[in-house]
Design a protein around this ligand. Structure first.
Ligand code: APR
Ligand code: PHB
Length: 390
């Protein structure tokens, strides 16, 4: 079997790419390891830049998003027990949208189902071959039977733990990485969000984030040590720790309840360069990971997919190869700016166990500078709402 673009991974990156190419008449096959039920239930971040909303809309999956998203004009930063609002809209003219990634996943899967796209779930042992030839191939097993697809191009959209990046020889790929000595413990609950906007809290017991999925569903995170065990965090312990870390007026308002989900996420900064090898193009988490502070992961993935779809469409429609050649540098310029921002915002809001007294004082000074300086707030705001797509 032959297809034009073989796509490894059916997360947001892979399915969005397949949609944009499909709308331009380009044939794709998506190979996804998991079941549809698993993908629909996976809880991830949920804050979208306007450019991401626009891309999803262009891909024909903007209808429920437009109806159900919450638009936020600002965001709060809390420290020393006080809350400070950053007026995103006033400072940048732009807003951000709250809409869970699980919902985006469901919308994309439904759109593919309606369009009759070729999405193979439970594809096992996917492997990539002939990447530097003009006929790269994907091999896999489906229900025990060996399959092979030849492609014009392969898109590696299989996330951080996928096989695509591993298929690039070590001598041509360079890895830049930073790990953090803590993780985020998150819970989801059908309780009223404590505030109508997000609150990022710097507290001596550790960072906390108040966010939401809807007007009746809350999502909260606590900074915990990297080796923490979710089993040691019954709901009551989570809520009481959260109350200690958020400002007192918010703690008094906090509605607690049964957790619907509770999970641990390690924090990591990671970039693989280049994002292309021969006819393989990496997109999304397969090429880069950011710590979740600032919620850039999905937005960066969407920007990669936009650039890759533009490049492939220009190739098929008018024979241009310059956009394919420019793909990796174009993505990486944006990726590094988001890496810088996510790392900076993590450093500003978290407690680093190994920080010296000097570093703690400098962090406190940066927070008090931020709330007093319109210039500093503008710098935060323009990164938070998303840098322009160049
Ligand atoms: N074969 C087939 N599919 C695979 C393989 C494999 N060997 N390995 C991983 N996959 C699938 C995963 O099951 C997953 O559905 O690839 C998909 C990758 O999806 P994500 O990890 O969600 O990555 P991506 O689509 O790039 O999404 C962007 O940015 O920061 C994040 O939370 C954000 O996950 C979101 C992301
Ligand atoms: C979320 O809603 O899950 C979320 C929001 C903002 C972040 C991280 C996560 O910075």
């Amino acid at each position: 079997m032959h297809t034009q673009v073989g796509i490894v991974g059916g997360g947001p990156s892979g399915l969005l790419l397949a949609r944009l190419l499909g709308l331009a008449g380009i044939a794709t096959v998506v190979l996804e390891r998991r079941t549809p039920q698993y993908l629909r239930a996976r809880v991830r971040a949920g804050l979208l830049e306007q450019a991401t909303v626009d891309l999803l809309t262009a891909a024909g999956v903007g209808e429920r998003l437009a109806r159900e998203r919450l638009t936020h004009d600002g965001v709060e930063i809390a420290f020393d027990g006080r809350r400070h609002r950053i007026d995103l809209k006033g400072l940048t003219g732009q807003t951000v949208s709250v809409y869970g990634q699980a919902e985006i996943q469901k919308d994309l899967m439904a759109a593919h189902e309606a369009a009759g796209s070729n999405v193979v779930y439970e594809a096992e042992d996917v492997s990539l071959h002939g990447l530097t030839t003009d006929r790269p191939r994907l091999r896999y097993h489906q229900a025990g039977a060996a399959q092979e697809i030849s492609c014009d191009f392969i898109a590696g959209c299989d996330g951080f733990h996928g096989v695509s990046r591993q298929a690039i020889p070590q001598e041509v790929i360079r890895i830049y990485e930073r790990t953090y000595p803590f993780a985020w413990l998150g819970i989801l609950s059908d309780t009223l969000p404590v505030n109508h906007e997000l609150i990022y809290c710097n507290h001596e017991r550790g960072f906390a984030l108040c966010t939401m999925r809807s007007l009746t569903r809350s999502r909260y995170y606590l900074q915990v040590s990297a080796d923490e065990d979710v089993a040691d965090w019954p709901d009551e312990r989570f809520w009481s720790e959260l109350k200690r870390r958020i400002p007192a007026d918010a703690a008094r308002m906090l509605e607690t309840g049964l957790s619907l989900e509770k999970s641990l996420a390690q924090l990591r900064s990671f970039v693989a360069e280049p994002m292309r090898h021969g006819r393989l193009f990496l997109a999304g988490d397969a090429a880069h990971i950011v710590p979740p502070t600032g919620a850039k992961g999905l937005n960066l993935a969407a920007a990669d997919v936009r650039f890759l779809s533009e490049a492939l469409i220009a190739y098929y429609q008018v024979g241009r190869t310059d956009l394919l050649d420019g793909y990796s540098p174009r993505c990486l310029a944006r990726v590094w700016k988001a890496q810088r921002f996510s790392w900076w915002m993590t450093a500003l809001t978290h407690r680093f166990p190994e920080a010296s007294a000097f570093e703690r004082r400098a962090q406190a000074a940066e927070l008090s500078y931020l709330i007093a300086s319109r210039a500093a707030q503008t710098a935060l705001a323009e990164n938070y709402v998303g840098l322009p797509i160049a």
